[in-house]
Each structure stands twice: as C-alpha cells, then as structure tokens.
Design a protein. Structure first.
Length: 312
C-alpha cells in the first residue's frame, strides 16, 4: 500500500513557518513527505532534516524527497531531534514542524493494527519495535488497563472495559483488533453503544498512546524543537486530540510567560523574561470545508510559537 497521508491545515502550517530559502528546518514527523516536500520547494541553499520512526515512511517518503538535494532523511523519534540534528552537523534551525498522531496510512493499513474498522493483528507500534497493543491487553493488570483507558482515552467506561478485557483473555488471548473491539462493545453500557461513534474509539486511542509513549515523546519533542530554534525561528505543532493540545498549549504559554513575581511586589525580582511569542493566540482550527472533505481533521489544532532574542 502506498504511504499516503492527507495533511491537515496544510497551507496554514507551511505559511506559518515563514520559510526562508537559505534557512534550515526540521520536519519531525515526515510521514508521507507532504509537508517536507512543500518546505523543500521553497528552499534554495537551505536544508531540511526530515525525521520519522516508521520504516514504511522512511522508504516511501525517501523516494518522494530524493530529487531534492536539500533533503536529509533519518529514522528516529522526533523527541531525539537534537541528537539527530547534531549528527547531521545542524546545531540551530529556523523552523520545526510536528504533525502529531497517527497517519492516514497507518490507520488505513489493516496489518498495522491501529484501527477497529479492520480485522488485523493487534499491533499499533509506529516504529514496528517494542511491546505491542497485544502485549498490553494480554499482560497488564485490570487496574493498570483501566488507568490507561481513562487517562489516555478519557473514557468513563474504563473500568468496565478493563474488566471485560481481563475476563475475555482468561478464556483465550486477545489477538486481533476485531476481537478487542467486540470485547469493548460488550463491556460498555447500552447507552454508550447507541451513542455517536464506535465505543472502541477511545480505548484504541488510549492503547496507541501507551504503546508509543506518545505524550512523553511530545513533551520531549517540544523541548528539543524549541531548544534548537534560532531567535526568530518558529515551532509549529498540529495536534489531534485534547490531551496533546493541552500539553502544547501549556508549554507554549510557559515559554511566553515573563515575570512570575507576586502582584504586590513593587519590582520584579525573579528576572524571568518571555522566551517566545504566540503567532496565533488561540491556535488555528480547520475550516468547515476542510472538515467536510477530511472528517479526520475535525479535532485538529495548529499552534505556533516564535522564539524571541534573549538578552545577554
């Protein structure tokens, strides 16, 4: 299957990077190479380091980006971008892009085991390495499963679902996405089964986040990306659910915050200065037209921060 990923907020994201032809940039989530190619088209003497942990992405996007001499492609997680950049002789950049979450290719390729829409081996590993979703549902304790489903899926039926998983695996191991989806469906209240969307959606999201350590990698990637920026450089991040967006929003707010002295202090004694400024105060959401064309874009949010020069 061809590695296809339909980027969300595409034009807005590329425009927000304010690309300079001679600049150096990082696409930390290369995927199908759509964002990378758009950046490369605007470069002359500049460079673009594109990173992805998925070997399928490296292979497919490698072919797409091969005609561009400014393109550097490496396999790894974007949380490691500082080390990966240094290995390529890059110490500072003019822009970093992170398109967080699972790609259309990963969702639509049954054998990757991300989706409850297809019956396939229960996997969900973006890197194809390490413990899989199958390992988690067959080995974790009931309370630990419930915590994962509640924390990362924000599902109020987490305890029922975890109990259903543990009871089902006592009869036989849970091997496929269809098995798990049916167990979840049977575990939730009837009102949830009648509601909008598949009752397995939140659990599948939670397991995917846990399998790939997504929220920890996001925190690490934000720090690495902002740390690499030159003054005036921009970090653009696209998120697809509230957990990710909350992390990005809070971190960017922290970078933009100056003095934190109590309000009744006559003068500042903390010496804290803002490190960045938001390009969009509330972030950007997709247009109604984009959501109609690509329903997966519905929950997306683009947030961009520009690094400020630091005194001294």
């Amino acid at each position: 299957m061809e590695f296809h990923h339909k980027p969300v907020l595409f034009e807005e994201t590329i425009r927000s990077l304010a690309i300079r032809p001679e600049g150096t940039y990082i696409d930390g989530t290369m995927g199908g190479g759509g964002h990378s190619e758009a950046i490369l088209k605007q470069l002359t003497t500049g460079r673009l380091l594109s990173i992805d942990q998925d070997p399928d992405a490296i292979q497919a996007a490698g072919k797409r980006l091969a005609p561009y001499p400014q393109s550097i492609r490496v396999r790894g997680n974007f949380s490691q971008m500082a080390e990966l950049a240094r290995a390529q002789g890059i110490d500072a950049v003019d822009g970093v892009l992170l398109d967080i979450g699972v790609s259309s290719y990963q969702l639509d390729t049954p054998e990757r085991g991300f989706s409850y829409h297809h019956d396939a081996p229960l996997d969900m590993r973006m890197s194809k390495e390490g413990p899989s979703a199958r390992d988690l549902v067959n080995t974790l304790g009931q309370q630990e499963l419930a915590d994962i489903i509640f924390r990362y899926g924000e599902d109020r039926s987490a305890r029922r679902i975890a109990q259903g998983i543990v009871q089902a695996r006592e009869q036989a191991p849970i091997e496929t996405t269809a098995q798990l989806a049916e167990i979840i469906k049977a575990s939730v209240p009837a009102a949830v089964r009648r509601g909008e969307g598949h009752p397995a959606r939140k659990t599948f999201q939670a397991l995917r986040i846990a399998v790939n350590g997504e929220l920890d990698r996001l925190r690490e990637g934000l720090q690495a990306g902002f740390g690499l920026l030159k003054p005036g450089g921009r970090l653009a991040v696209i998120t697809f659910h509230s957990l990710e967006d909350r992390i990005v929003k809070q971190q960017m707010h922290d970078w933009c915050q100056g003095c934190i002295c109590p309000k009744d202090f006559p003068v500042c004694v903390c010496g804290r200065k803002p490190q960045g400024t938001l390009v969009y105060k509330k972030g950007l959401a997709p247009s109604e037209a984009e959501v109609a064309e690509n329903p997966r874009a519905r929950s997306a949010r683009l947030r961009v921060i520009e690094k400020l020069p630091q005194e001294g």
